[in-house]
Design a protein around this ligand. Structure first.
Ligand code: BGC
Length: 638
């Protein structure tokens, strides 16, 4: 047909050209098919990266050389477990890590179900071509607090009050053991932020506003969790711990939050570089020197740049200067808060030095965007290789490619030993702030005690937020726990009459008790939802204290809260004042000290303001309006 239309010679030329074109296409095609086929080959069992006898760096290089671009990008994705669209995606996309933010629990929220769920995801990940296991992360900031029945330790601010690095290391170990029992291998703790302003809803997640103390306790926490007892292979880490949030968090300006629902959380850090280096950086240096393998980059802004887009702070300072060889992970959806849309934001963050992106939802578009960015040269291939090497380094350090299961029994969750450690931690965290006429410890001669207050018989308030639910759950619902009232009753025994009425409405009010104890405080809150302009006691607790004063000879107030509260107008009428922070599941630890079985040893880990006009408080403890604090940092009575 063609011959007829075009003539013989011309047709011959066309055929030859067509033939040449086909050969060319098939060559190019073969080449790319050859490449992707090679990439699709399952490596043999004796591939270098699978051999525990090879060095970690050799194993990383070998594995990296076998990975396709998509597989590399998959490793950089951190996905919230409920956002996994199909189970097979974990292996198909070669997802690097999953997390359970609070809320992403197994259907029945038990230790067994967690172990089964996490174990299942890990098994899925191992079915990928290269068999790279996932990391599975949780916020175990005061125990394995996603799981009802786990030991809930005091929130970090209470541990800060103890000032005791050995205690913090032991708490971190016990927490790591409980987490590992459910097969989780990555914890988003410790928090190394410095709270300069108690109006901030995350004050209690921190140890202190003193950079030196935070450095000491943060390093102890990293050691405790990464090298926990029970680790049978001492060359391997027990857990990956994640100092957070890098950097400058806790000093954000009131009203500067980028989240319209918040005031200060996710806001702007006003510090200059000198202050960042002198105050906020040393705790991260200490944690890195202690071996931390991942660092979470915060949601704050410095200058006009979100931290996750700040190449100078993330790459030059953290990785180059502090010689951090682990991987950086961005905070929840943080990368997409960088302006410019998803593509631009991913490019900025990865180029700034973010290695793993807590997406946490849509991994498919992330992989597409980053692949496009690498192909267009917007993200250099070397940056991807560096990010993936860092993630793999942590995985090898954990022994994930060898037999990584630590075989920790589920009985460790909420074990007796861990609960008595938590009780000790509570006792060490209490701070005695007022003790007129030595009202404390409670005398043996005291035979009638009246107790009031919203936090007296309310474990939900004792444990605070980040306990089973993100925002916490008010009320007595936590299995295995002891409320402060129960602790007092147990210690008081039968010979002491202990009466309780939360609101102070005692029936037999003509009888005057020897002692009144008001256990008062805040409802649980997390993150920016706890940003509060005037953190005070609520009117019901204040009324209960007033009523208690009319039916008791002396009144001691025990504050259960994640931050100092504004009590300047009330404190003069109280005989005693104890700061109990958020003590966790072991309320008996409070009774131990009130009754004198243990002495008060804690001191304030941050200054206690008299008025909110004094906020924020400078590193040296100076108030912004120059007036006197109610109590300075490290105040304590014995
Ligand atoms: C918090 C982090 C936490 C992450 C994962 C974020 O909202 O800022 O501290 O680790 O969620 O739950």
């Amino acid at each position: 047909m063609i011959k007829k239309i075009l003539g013989k010679k011309f047709a011959l030329v066309v055929f030859v050209l067509l033939g040449l074109l086909l050969v060319l296409i098939s060559l190019v095609g073969n080449f790319s098919i050859f490449k992707s086929e090679a990439a699709l080959v399952v490596p043999p069992l004796d591939a270098l990266y699978r051999l525990s006898s090879a060095s970690t760096e050799e194993r990383i290089q070998d594995l990296l050389s076998r990975m396709s671009l998509q597989e590399k990008i998959g490793q950089m994705a951190l996905v919230e477990k409920n956002s996994v669209q199909e189970r097979a995606d974990v292996a198909t996309y070669g997802i690097g890590a999953l997390l359970s933010g609070f809320g992403a629990k197994p259907e029945s929220n038990t230790g067994e179900a967690w172990a089964e769920m996490v174990g299942g995801f890990i098994a899925d990940s191992k079915t990928s071509r290269l068999g790279i296991p996932i990391l599975y992360g949780v916020d175990a900031i005061h125990g394995h607090s996603n799981v009802p029945g786990a030991t809930i330790f005091p929130h970090p601010i209470g541990l800060g009050a103890s000032g005791d690095a050995k205690l913090v290391e032991a708490v971190a170990q016990a927490t790591a053991v409980e987490i590992a029992a459910t097969k989780i291998n990555w914890t988003y703790s410790p928090t190394l932020d410095l709270p300069r302003d108690i109006r901030w809803g995350r004050t209690y997640e921190t140890f202190s506003d003193d950079s030196k103390l935070v450095a000491k306790l943060g390093a102890a926490y990293v050691r405790g969790s990464q090298n926990a007892v029970g680790n049978t292979d001492l060359d391997k880490l027990f857990m990956i711990s994640t100092p957070k949030h890098y950097v400058g968090i806790g000093g954000m300006v009131w009203g500067s939050s980028s989240n319209k629902n918040f005031k200060i959380d996710q806001g702007t850090t006003p510090s200059d570089e000198l202050e960042l280096r002198q105050e906020y950086l040393p705790p991260f240096k200490a944690a890195i020197d202690a071996g931390a393998m991942s660092v979470m980059v915060g949601l704050n802004t410095w200058g006009d740049t979100k931290l996750a887009a700040n190449r100078y702070l993330v790459t030059t300072v953290l990785k180059d200067e502090l010689q951090f060889t682990g991987f950086t992970v961005s905070d929840w959806y943080g990368v997409y808060e960088i302006p410019g849309g998803e593509y631009e934001a991913s490019v900025s963050a990865i180029n700034a030095g973010i290695d793993m992106v807590m997406l946490p939802f849509d991994y498919k578009s992330f992989v597409k965007n980053v692949e496009r960015a690498v192909k267009r040269g917007d993200i250099p291939q070397e940056r991807i290789d560096d990010a993936v090497s860092r993630i793999l380094r942590a995985k090898f350090a954990l022994g994930l490619f060898d037999d990584a299961d630590k075989h920790i029994s589920l009985d460790e969750i909420g074990s007796k030993g861990h609960r008595s450690l938590a009780r000790l931690a509570v006792a060490q965290s209490l701070v005695l702030l007022k003790n007129d006429a030595s009202v404390l410890p409670i005398k043996n001669s005291t035979k009638h005690i009246r107790v009031v207050g919203s936090a007296a018989d309310n474990v939900g308030r004792q444990v605070g937020a980040w306990t089973v639910e993100w925002q916490g759950i008010d009320g007595n619902w936590l299995p295995g726990s002891t409320s402060i009232l129960e602790g007092i009753k147990k210690r008081a025994g039968d010979s002491v009459k202990v009466e309780f009425e939360a609101g102070g409405n005692f029936v037999n009010s003509t009888e005057i008790a020897g002692l009144g104890i008001a256990i008062v405080g805040e409802k649980p809150y997390a993150e920016g939802w706890g940003d509060k302009e005037f953190p005070t006691l609520d009117s019901e607790d204040l009324k209960a204290i007033e009523k208690l004063q009319t039916v008791s000879k002396k009144v001691v107030v025990v504050v259960v809260s994640g931050r100092p509260l504004l009590i300047t107008n009330e404190i003069d009428t109280w005989d005693g004042l104890v700061m109990a922070w958020l003590p966790g599941s072991e309320g008996s630890g409070v009774a131990d000290v009130l009754f004198g079985d243990k002495t008060f040893t804690g001191s304030l880990p941050l200054p206690w303001p008299a008025y909110s006009q004094q906020l924020p408080i400078e590193a040296g403890g100076k108030t912004i309006d120059g007036t006197a604090l109610l109590f300075p940092r490290y105040f304590k009575l014995r």
